[in-house]
Write a protein that binds this ligand. Structure first.
Ligand SMILES: Nc1ncnc2c1ncn2[C@@H]1O[C@H](COP(=O)(O)OP(=O)(O)O)[C@@H](O)[C@H]1O
Ligand SMILES: [Mg+2]
Length: 421
């Protein structure tokens, strides 16, 4: 099969890496891809945007693509899978209606309420005045969220009423995230460790993957601004057997049953963003795709052919497939551009030394130089150094030993990935 991957981050590199192991995959392509994907793919279409559906359709036709894997939220939310299916092409990822689980936070919250899935208490507002009134009379800290997709920046945790008013001004009046802020969700503030569980779903049955934990803040000890993720590890130490059972019974199964009741056919990966609170496990949010950088630590532990799983999800045969993960631990340390998540330089040459052969260097924002001889930085998150071990400590040491062999101007990373509980 010829496979086209839509996206160009570390997640897409991890997907490409896992697919490459399948004997059934012939040629791999990516839109736009990155320098790492280019090393294992037939071709990366660096100049094509993930939202340029016309050009993606042309590529699917011209390169005889048998399966398109849509990994990022924007093209899923805008219906790329629907379009490909309408034209008779196979695609992995949820259709637009199913991707609303991620693309509209109010839709997801109403869904959880209806199907008795534990989540933070909330209220939804379309009008600014109503939202401000509610926020000013609420207990703080308070969580204010833009309803729509907002490049991971539409959630504000406000400590007091002044900050809440500022957050609502930003989202609803200044339209910082455009129409995504026309509606807001205001939530009670929860506390506890955050855990991610990804799951494959074929519309009827669901299989969870290994658990993982992300480090979202820019600096050590969870200081600084939120980022797309500075590193991950798998498995989570707090996602015990008992918690996994609570997750399956109280959250995962109820989610699938709810989707079926709503006549929503979700085929793809459901990302459960969870928080382990004193009152038990609660859902912070759903995403309709693999997480980044969660995919980078979960996919290396997958023992089953990923192409078989994608096909089983599309064909509705997931319950017949045994999906296995090994007992390794995995740690991914993100190397970021200086200044990220704020302004940063691009196009800086990266020096990569002699990386251990069993360490995976998943590229995020990288691009080959014009002459093809060098790898240059091309984004905020640049590389994800990913190592396996018998336990997190071993994987962590191996990852950092290899981080030390890589450098570029103003390179920055957290030194505490994999330490937290
Ligand atoms: N109710 C809540 N209580 C405490 N923290 C929250 C709550 N909702 C979200 N957060 C924090 O904000 C982060 C982003 O929120 P999330 O709903 O995942 O939105 P997105 O990933 O789309 O930005 C979460 O990972 C979590 O750390
Ligand atoms: Mg999130």
């Amino acid at each position: 099969m010829n496979v086209l991957i839509i996206g160009g981050g570390g997640r897409e590199h991890a997907i490409a890496w896992a697919l490459k192991k399948s004997p059934k995959v012939d040629l791999l392509y990516a839109v736009p891809g990155n320098a790492g994907i280019a090393e294992i793919a037939e071709k990366c279409f660096f100049d094509v945007k993930v939202m340029d559906f016309d050009r993606i359709l042309d590529i699917v036709k011209k390169y005889k693509i048998d399966l398109t894997v849509v990994a990022p939220d924007d093209p899923l939310g805008a219906g790329l899978v629907d379009l490909l299916n309408q034209k008779g092409y196979k695609a992995f990822g949820p259709v637009k209606e199913a991707a609303r689980l991620e693309a509209s936070k109010s839709f997801a919250k109403d869904f959880m309420k209806k199907y008795d899935i534990p989540t933070a208490k909330y209220a939804v507002f379309d009008d600014y005045i109503g939202a401000v009134k509610y926020a000013l009379s609420s207990k703080h800290p308070l969580v204010i969220k833009a309803d729509g997709l907002a490049v991971g920046k539409g959630v504000i945790i406000s400590q007091n009423t002044r900050e809440s008013k500022e957050a609502l001004d930003l989202l609803m009046r200044d339209k910082k995230f455009g129409a995504s802020g026309d509606r807001v969700v205001i939530e009670e503030f929860l506390q506890g460790p955050e855990i991610t569980v990804l799951a494959f779903c074929d519309g009827k049955s669901i299989t969870p993957m290994a658990s993982s934990q992300d480090h979202k803040r820019a600096f050590d000890n969870d200081e600084g601004l939120n980022t797309g993720g500075m590193g991950t590890f798998s498995p989570s130490r707090v996602f015990t057997r008992a918690t996994a059972k609570e997750f399956a019974d109280n959250i995962m199964i109820k989610t699938v049953k709810g989707l079926i009741s709503e006549d929503i056919i979700f085929k793809g990966v459901i990302y459960f963003g969870l928080m382990l609170t004193d009152e038990g496990l609660k859902v912070i949010e759903y995403n309709a795709r693999f997480g980044d950088p969660e995919a980078q630590v979960v996919l290396p532990r997958l023992e089953t052919d990923l192409l078989d799983i994608f096909n089983a999800c599309i064909d509705g045969n997931l319950s017949k497939l045994k999906i296995e993960f090994n007992n390794d631990a995995c740690v991914c340390v993100i190397l970021a551009s200086g200044g990220y998540p704020g302004e940063f330089e691009k196009g800086l040459p990266i020096d990569i030394g002699d990386i251990d052969s069993d360490v995976m260097l998943f590229h995020s924002g990288t691009a080959p130089s014009k002459d093809g001889k060098r790898i240059l930085t091309n984004g905020g998150r640049v590389l994800g150094v990913t190592a396996r071990g018998k336990n997190i400590e071993e994987a962590r040491k191996k990852a950092y030993d290899n981080v030390a062999k890589i450098s570029f101007k103003d390179m920055r990373y957290r030194t505490d990935i994999g330490i937290k509980k």
